[in-house]
Design a protein around this ligand. Structure first.
Ligand code: CTP
Ligand code: MG
Length: 402
């Protein structure tokens, strides 16, 4: 069983106004600053999802940003975002209020201004949580010398070994955190400090400097290479597709029907029978794309029992599967096809078939391989009763799917 308790939830704080970040002449909140074509908020969500914690995420957003953020949250399958408060602490309190009637035992509180997370740190948080502990927080040693500024210019030396830096995510016992919030008098920067002051037991673990917080604009400079690396976190998936359609000999008035393979019509006195245009090749490719996405199959998306798909072009089906791939920001790496038939001779037509598929799908011909094979006269294919197609499609996807 996973160490991560299913009664946990993540509160993702993104309601701040980024005053210090904006002092670097930027007029945008740090969590909505773009790196590449994504905001820090989106990058943070992707990185959380890539850890495959399987926990629900409750984003907390400022009122003015709520509408812009709803769509992003939907794309990343979070809970609907809620409006935060004037301070970080108020934002946490609003989230706790929202969740208080649900059966939540633990809450992971994280700053969206820390887009990079370390799964080992999170596992360690859970390992150290028990019934006697109210909060586990990741901490870092201080490397530099520290001085206390007194009366403007006077500097008093402090022993750095007596101090620690506190990061997020922090794992808190939900009911203790809510009780502590109900007894508030000061403003606290983080949950462990609040809980500690209210007499609850705190544990600290070793954090990771990669989860440092973007506070000033300059902070992005050293985080950027790490953020870019996290955004290139792709996985490869392979989908398989298979389809078969019956070959029918044309009646004298049907001679121009032809055999349609990959949207390319091959003149023949046979045609393929089906509810749609019976393009057995496009069906097989389409199904292999659905397979790589783990997203149903062609018969479920386009039931042959539905009249509206009668005689329809199979390019519609292929385009739908590619649209689903796009929604998940996936890319086709390669499509490899075997057409098993006694006729027509595929090698004669393979370039035209490739070019047709490429035009329909916008996939480079270099990424499409079309091979033909006879069935050595054996079975229904050997008897020229049908054509079968096998396809493997390799895709690349961001690694945040569960
Ligand atoms: N935060 C929040 N609600 C607030 C204030 C802060 O949800 N009212 C969030 C921020 O969006 C950030 C995290 O808490 O993800 C840590 O806060 P901080 O780094 O202080 O961000 P800001 O408050 O936005 O920045 P600043 O203090 O410079 O204004
Ligand atoms: Mg702040």
């Amino acid at each position: 069983m996973s160490i991560i308790n299913k009664e946990s939830i993540i509160i993702l704080l993104a309601a701040g106004n980024s005053e210090r970040f904006k002092s670097g002449s930027k007029n945008i909140e740090k969590q909505f600053f773009n790196i590449g074509n994504k905001t820090i908020f989106e990058i943070c969500l992707e990185n959380i999802l890539s850890l495959q914690l399987n926990l629900k995420i409750l984003p907390v957003i400022s009122k003015k940003k709520l509408n812009n953020t709803k769509k992003i949250c939907k794309n990343y399958n979070t809970l609907p975002p809620i409006i935060g408060g004037e301070t970080r602490q108020e934002s946490v309190y609003k989230a706790l209020q929202k969740l208080k009637n649900q059966e939540i035992k633990y809450v992971l509180i994280h700053d969206a201004a820390r887009p990079l997370l370390d799964k080992d740190v999170i596992l360690e948080l859970y390992k150290n949580m028990n019934n006697n502990v109210s909060c586990v927080a990741p901490c870092l040693k201080i490397n530099d010398a520290i001085r206390k500024i007194e009366k403007g210019s006077k500097l008093r030396a402090l022993n750095k070994n007596e101090y620690t830096l506190i990061q997020t995510p922090q794992l808190c016992c939900f009911s203790d955190l809510l009780s502590a919030h109900n007894k508030l008098n000061n403003d606290y920067d983080d949950e462990s400090s609040l809980l500690f002051d209210k007499g609850y037991k705190i544990k600290t673990i070793q954090g990771n400097r990669i989860s440092s917080k973007i506070t000033y604009f300059e902070d992005l400079e050293y985080l950027k290479p790490h953020i870019n690396k996290s955004m290139n976190n792709y996985i490869t998936k392979i989908g398989i597709g298979y389809d078969v359609h019956r070959l029918i000999k044309c009646k004298p008035n049907e001679t121009n029907k032809g055999i349609i393979l990959g949207g390319h019509k091959i003149a023949s006195n046979y045609y393929l029978h089906g509810h749609s245009d019976a393009d057995v090749l496009l069906h097989s490719i389409t199904d292999s794309i659905y397979g790589s996405l783990n997203h149903l199959d062609i018969g479920q998306h386009f039931p042959p029992t539905e009249n509206k798909w009668k005689n329809s072009k199979s390019s519609i089906f292929l385009k739908h599967s590619l649209n689903e791939l796009n929604k998940r920001e996936g890319k086709i790496i390669h499509i490899d096809v075997v057409i098993i038939t006694e006729f027509p001779k595929i090698s004669v037509h393979s370039n035209k078939i490739k070019s047709s598929i490429s035009k329909i799908s916008n996939i480079s011909e270099k990424r499409i391989s079309i091979k033909g094979k006879t069935n050595e006269g054996i079975g229904f294919i050997g008897r020229k009763e049908g054509i079968a197609v096998l396809t493997n499609t390799t895709i690349q996807l961001k690694d945040y799917e569960s």
